[in-house]
Ligand binder design. Structure first.
Ligand SMILES: [Zn+2]
Length: 71
């Protein structure tokens, strides 16, 4: 992989903390939560979120240092 290509490649972080390179977020599952669009690595990851959004978000938001600390 050359640097030129890496620069232009897409990168995003799923809510669970997995980092994807050379990946387009539009091909991954997403969901709206508190006015934000969250990305997920897999359909099962999305399923886990949908099963209990608040818990899943609480567990994983640490990685993105969310300012919203309300319970
Ligand atoms: Zn995931």
């Amino acid at each position: 992989m050359d640097k030129e290509k890496a620069k232009n490649s897409k990168k995003f972080v799923a809510l669970c903390g997995r980092i994807f390179r050379d990946a387009d977020p539009k091909y991954f599952p997403s969901a709206q939560y508190r006015g934000r669009t969250l990305r997920f690595c897999t359909e099962s990851c999305l399923g886990a979120f949908l099963a209990d959004p608040d818990i899943f978000y609480k567990v994983h938001r640490n990685s993105e240092k969310n300012k919203d600390v309300k319970p």
